[in-house]
Design a protein around this ligand. Structure first.
Ligand code: GFB
Length: 311
């Protein structure tokens, strides 16, 4: 990637987009083009076309998406499929029409079947039924992978797709109804310690297993793959290690220094039982994660421990 090239990061204020921007700034890229969602509604095809026509970016990181935790996915099912399909269709088509040099599409580990053999390899895509709580989101992301591949095949577009595992880090969402588990539990333990509560309530049975990647590691992998990888299909981005949600809760509890109990709200869904990425392809391409979960959780705690959340 030429460091003077114009880079469009769609979703630059989100957790993923902002991490990619930080990584590129560290590598001395300076020519960014960004728009907030109020400046440019990526669901609006005419607006997206006009934006690309005006800015003509060389590289695009498509990190804009409607995202959320298990409850948000299951509640706003229409928005999760519609918004994501519109955003990715508009951006990829405009990128094609305006001849961008390269585009990276970011998906999610939930594209794989609920009962995919673990750890999940890239070739388990479309081999089984999806997890119902996030099926609309997963279907949109699968369509994005197929769109990128179809444009590569028909038009020769250099569009690549990467599938991050569950992410955490700076600029995460701490809304307890909409967030993912790691920020939700971090907030719950910090508030419980601050208010001298006797317990923290977590959702589900605590037995599902998840893999967590710090978003700075993800951004490093994205930058690496943007420079080195140009092919159809997808590349998993993860650590290759997972743990049970109850173990994650214990780790956050210890990091925060909360001494009360952990209780389970089993009226809330568990979601998919396990979702561990096979990262052999990524490692063969030459990249491995560097930030351990213990270190990453400590970094998040140091970052947010004094925040007073509302709502
Ligand atoms: O992170 P999370 O919302 O998403 O939940 P998924 C992971 C697990 O943590 C589930 C449990 O088993 C939750 O029941 N959990 C325990 C909690 N306590 C809490 C809590 O306080 N808040 C939350 N949110 N969960 C999402 C998908 O799935 O992950 C998306 O819905 C996407 O499509 C994303 O793939 C990465 O890992 O279950």
């Amino acid at each position: 990637m030429d460091k003077n090239a114009k880079v469009y990061i769609a979703g630059h204020r989100g957790m993923v987009g902002s991490a990619i921007k930080r990584r590129l700034e560290q590598a001395r890229f300076t020519n960014f083009v960004t728009r907030t969602s109020s400046e440019l509604d990526l669901r609006n095809q005419a607006a997206v076309n006009a934006f690309f026509e005006e800015e003509k970016p060389n590289y695009v990181f498509l990190a804009a998406a409607k995202v959320g935790g298990i409850l948000a996915n299951n509640t706003y099912r229409g928005e999760f499929i519609y918004d994501n399909l519109m955003i990715q269709n508009n951006v990829m088509h405009a990128a094609h029409i305006n001849g961008v040099d390269k585009l990276m599409f970011l998906g999610s580990s939930c594209i794989y079947p609920k009962m995919a053999p673990q750890p999940m390899t890239e070739d388990s895509l479309l081999t089984g039924v999806l997890e119902p709580t996030n099926e609309p989101y997963a279907v949109a992301k699968i369509a994005g992978i197929k769109l990128a591949d179809a444009y590569r095949s028909q038009y020769g577009s250099d569009f690549i797709s990467v599938m991050p595992t569950n992410l955490y880090g700076p600029n995460d969402n701490y809304d307890l109804q909409k967030s993912h588990v790691l920020p939700a539990l971090m907030r719950k333990f910090i508030e419980a310690k601050r208010d001298n509560k006797t317990h923290v309530m977590m959702w589900g049975t605590g037995s599902p297993k998840r893999e967590f990647l710090h978003v700075d590691d993800l951004a490093d992998a994205c930058y690496y793959l943007m420079q080195t990888y140009s092919d159809a299909g997808l590349v998993n981005i993860g650590t290759g290690e997972d743990l049970a949600i109850i173990e994650l809760a214990e780790l956050i509890k210890k990091t925060v220094g909360f001494e009360g109990e952990i209780m389970l709200d089993t009226t809330k869904p568990d979601g998919t039982p396990r979702k561990l990425m096979n990262v052999d392809k990524l490692e063969k391409l030459g990249w491995t994660a560097k930030i351990s979960l213990e270190k990453g959780v400590q970094m998040v705690y140091d970052d947010v421990k004094d925040i007073v959340w509302e709502g």
